[in-house]
Design a protein around this ligand. Structure first.
Ligand code: SF4
Ligand code: SF4
Length: 370
């Protein structure tokens, strides 16, 4: 397979030239207007940010993308699916409220917002997974499955279960309905390492399924209730929770790639990632830890694999910022890459390699600076 073009621009501006101007120039140069946009229902898949999190992408970036789509005759809408865990985005009413509070309104972005899998997360469509190795079908939010064109607008960052999160993560996990998210997570049943647990109870608050409970100062997890969402792993301040199956994160990564394959199958698509506020954890947390590397820039491509690879390389080659989780966790004497330093149990490349195997793109790219 030949190299895929990935277009890039940094965040530098001059008087009279805004970051949004640069984003518009970038996506036009990368070919977004070549999509069959006229009269299409064009889904723009984005993460509206968990209430409290401040690392999510600002609405003005989305408005710029929407303006380009509308100018070419498309009918764009912003969309995301509900979460599997408690928080502010677990049903469509709360999800819309969270989006509005974070500044995404029809007035600020220039289009409507549709929660992809409906009021309670069960409005989905069963789509085949072409060449699926682990899954044959995927449950995709109906408002995304029904789109004619799909654009992802991704906040690229590190991620506790996948190493890094970009276009594939936004496509695969993000387009899955509640049933879809459960299917992707179901290898991830968790256990508590008693020697590290201090009985703080944070895991009990984070779990939507009532699986962890604290007794005599230590937590344990009821496996008849656990769905393997991994939420408790991220909130435990003492790293006392881990997946029972050591392969769980790798299987999750592969399933995310398979869900991405299902949603992209024969659907015209285009992908945009902004590498800024590169937090160590997912934007699904209601807090965001300090960025681990400096803001880098904006990337766009028709190839989601090449895009994720280009963003990963940019982060891996960036200097470590002081006073961050990355600085705390990396071993200066035997340094490994940023994602592995943060999450040694997670192989961030599995998702990319599986996506290549599924024919979603290539890890080989040509970076075109504009
Ligand atoms: S969050 Fe961690 S330390 Fe706190 S009770 Fe749960 S397992 Fe124990
Ligand atoms: S106990 Fe299971 S269901 Fe509950 S947050 Fe942890 S992984 Fe998710």
């Amino acid at each position: 397979m030949s190299k895929s073009p990935v277009y890039f621009t940094d965040f530098r501006t001059q008087f009279g030239l805004t970051q949004c101007d640069k984003l518009v120039k970038l996506i036009k140069k990368a070919g977004i207007e070549d999509l069959p946009l006229r009269d299409s229902f064009a889904a723009v898949k984005i993460h509206f940010g968990e209430p409290g999190n401040l690392a999510y992408l600002r609405p003005a970036y989305a408005a710029s993308v929407v303006e380009v789509l509308s100018s070419r005759g498309a009918r764009p809408y912003l969309t995301d699916c509900n979460t599997l865990y408690p928080g502010g985005r677990k049903n469509a009413l709360e999800h819309l409220e969270a989006a509005y509070k974070n500044g995404f309104t029809p007035y600020s972005i220039g289009c409507q917002i549709l929660i992809g899998d409906g009021l309670k997360g069960n409005d989905d469509v069963e789509l085949p997974v072409p060449n699926g190795e682990l899954l044959q079908k995927a449950y995709i939010g109906r408002a995304i499955a029904d789109s004619d064109v799909l654009i992802t607008l991704n906040h690229f960052k590190a991620h506790e279960m996948t190493g890094m999160g970009g276009a594939l993560k936004n496509l695969g996990m993000g387009c899955g309905s509640r049933a879809g998210k459960k299917a992707m997570h179901n290898d991830g049943l968790t256990k508590v390492l008693q020697e590290y647990c201090v009985g703080c109870g944070r895991c009990t608050k984070a779990c939507a399924h009532g699986a962890p409970h604290v007794e005599h100062g230590h937590a344990s997890i009821d496996l008849t209730k656990c769905v393997g969402c991994g939420r408790c792993i991220g909130v435990c301040p003492h790293d006392a929770i881990m997946a029972i199956d050591g392969q769980a994160n790798g299987l999750l990564d592969k399933k995310i790639a398979e869900y991405a394959a299902a949603v992209l199958n024969n659907r015209p698509s285009f992908h945009i990632s902004l590498v800024r506020d590169v937090s160590p954890y997912c934007d699904c947390h209601s807090e965001n830890d300090a960025a681990i590397v400096p803001d880098i820039g904006m990337f766009a491509s028709f190839d989601p694999v090449a895009l994720d690879q280009a963003c990963s390389d940019a982060v891996l080659n960036a200097p470590v910022l002081p006073h961050t989780a990355l600085e705390e966790r990396r071993n200066a004497e035997s340094p490994c890459n940023h994602f592995t330093s943060l999450f040694p149990e997670t192989d961030w490349e599995i998702q990319l390699n599986h996506a290549v195997k599924l024919g979603l793109g290539t890890r080989e790219y040509e970076l075109i600076r504009i």
